[in-house]
Design a protein around this ligand. Structure first.
Ligand SMILES: *Cc1c(COP(=O)(O)O)cnc(C)c1O
Length: 395
């Protein structure tokens, strides 16, 4: 089939939940993708912050192939070595104490919400607790995750969602304080808002929220699904802030393409939270994803990916700032590490379409932001090539 035939068939068969870009991707190599016509694209999206190691990590691929031959799935009724190794590694990277592996980010959020509710239920002896979430947030598409997602457009057709969710302004501590009452059991936020438009939490805000939570025994849930796994120059973005969550979520780059997520608890929370019968998953944490997670973490640790990210992110920052100086349509540049955004006054969807034509994969965030979440292994030459293309597109 040629690419038009693929696209035509896809539009007939797949549920139309995405307006896809008009290319059919077939192969990946290094930090490049190739479509069915053999056209090459420099990838600055990494499958939405997933493919952190790029597309040619032979060690990662070999580990997956080896596990395919050994054992893919067991269910959680039994132990399996790869996930035990993965749990140990993700605990070490995060400093958290207990992990539950899921199949996606949204499911990690579901688990985090249930863990917080169960903690408060065990502590107080009754249910009916409330959660504070942020306006402009994104936590996923399942009904629980949607309940804490502060985007009316995503929510409206599916209401009523979970009761007892109150929304506060991100980066406004007083707004969070105003939503606290005796029923509040958790505050959930992305350490860096991703889909909402690349907004990092401010130091004083996240410190203030952490202190508020500590004083009132409210659990701080940090969603690290997009900003975690080395992307900010630390393994998890909250490690930049001198605070620690009670519950955190990871996904996206956790498996670098193998679908896996996780929620993690401190021991203090775990002691009063989910017990046998409270939560489960058939696939979650199977040997295959265990091999993926442990190999990803091994490679990232050994190769000091965070050190590379710190260096290359600084270079990306400098080059994007230069673009901002040259193009008045760029009105803001924000982010952290290899999670950066440019706010534009021209339609960002058009810019990303033109980029594709010129062999560059770029995605958007919010309504007016170009989002840069490349594989973490990019080098200066890739940043230069990206900036050259973007420079030629922007008015
Ligand atoms: C992508 C994302 C999710 C949802 O993850 P899925 O794997 O798509 O369910 C949740 N939170 C954040 C911050 C995300 O970026």
């Amino acid at each position: 089939m040629n690419s038009f035939e693929y696209m035509e068939q896809a539009e007939q068969d797949l549920l139309h939940t995405y307006n896809r870009y008009g290319i059919v991707l077939e192969q990946g190599r290094d930090v490049y993708l190739f479509d069915t016509n053999g056209k090459k694209y420099l990838d600055f999206a990494a499958g939405i912050a997933v493919c952190a190691l790029g597309y040619s990590n032979e060690e990662y691929k070999a580990a997956l192939k080896e596990q395919v031959d050994l054992l893919l799935h067991t269910s959680n009724l039994y132990y399996n070595p790869p996930i035990i190794r993965a749990a140990e590694m993700v605990k070490r990277a995060s400093g958290m104490d207990r992990v539950f592996f899921t199949n996606s980010g949204a499911e990690a959020i579901e688990g985090a919400i249930k863990a917080a509710k169960k903690y408060a239920y065990t502590r107080d002896g009754y249910a009916g607790h409330e959660i504070i979430a942020m306006k402009g947030s994104f936590h996923g598409r399942t009904l629980g995750a949607l309940s804490v997602t502060g985007n009316q457009h995503y929510r409206e057709p599916f209401e009523p969602l979970l009761p007892g969710v109150r929304f506060a302004e991100f980066n406004q501590l007083d707004s969070v304080k105003a939503q606290v009452n005796e029923k509040t059991c958790a505050v959930i936020l992305e350490t860096i808002q991703g889909e909402g438009g690349i907004y990092p939490a401010e130091q004083s805000f996240i410190e203030g929220v952490a202190e508020l939570c500590r004083k009132k025994d409210i659990l701080l849930i940090l969603d690290e699904i997009q900003c975690g796994m080395g992307r900010t120059g630390k393994m998890f973005a909250w490690q930049n802030y001198n605070i620690k969550p009670d519950i955190m979520t990871a996904a996206k780059a956790l498996g670098c393409g193998v679908p896996v997520g996780a929620f993690l608890l401190t021991e203090r929370v775990a002691e009063k939270s989910l017990v046998p019968g409270d939560h489960g998953t058939t696939y979650g944490g199977n040997p295959f994803v265990g091999a993926a997670v442990s190999t990803v973490l091994e490679i990232m640790e050994r190769d000091r990916i965070t050190v590379h990210v710190q260096k290359i992110a600084e270079y990306l920052w400098k080059r994007l700032d230069e673009l901002k100086d040259r193009h008045s349509c760029i009105v803001d540049h924000r982010g952290m590490g290899l999670m950066q955004g440019l706010a534009l006054t021209v339609p960002v969807g058009e810019v990303s379409k033109q980029a594709l034509e010129k062999g560059l994969i770029l995605i958007t965030a919010g309504t007016d932001v170009l989002r840069f979440v490349p594989p973490l292994i990019i080098e200066e030459e890739h940043v230069d090539a990206m900036c050259k293309i973007l420079d030629s597109i922007l008015p």
